[in-house]
Design a protein around this ligand. Structure first.
Ligand SMILES: [Zn+2]
Length: 82
């Protein structure tokens, strides 16, 4: 029996917040991303593992690693307008 397994990296945009970037100093849009690896079986996604959260500056591309809680709270605060 032949099994066709694979792994590929995926990045999902959870939302966008705006604040001054600690890398470039610009007041720029910051993308909050969920990044992980996805196991595929016959090219069909089965599960996501090695999940992590990052904040990526749209001006310079600088990335800061976040905890899941930091990512969710940042997006909630942005949605409330704070
Ligand atoms: Zn930046």
């Amino acid at each position: 029996m032949l099994l066709l397994l694979g792994v590929r990296g995926v990045a999902t945009l959870l939302g966008v917040v705006r604040f001054r970037c600690s890398y470039c100093g610009q007041d720029a849009r910051q993308e909050v991303l969920e990044v992980g690896n996805r196991l595929t079986l016959f090219f069909i996604p089965v599960l996501t593992f090695s999940r992590r959260y990052v904040n990526r500056c749209t001006s310079c591309g600088g990335e800061t690693r976040l905890t899941e809680r930091q990512a969710r709270r940042g997006l909630e605060s942005a949605a409330r307008g704070r």
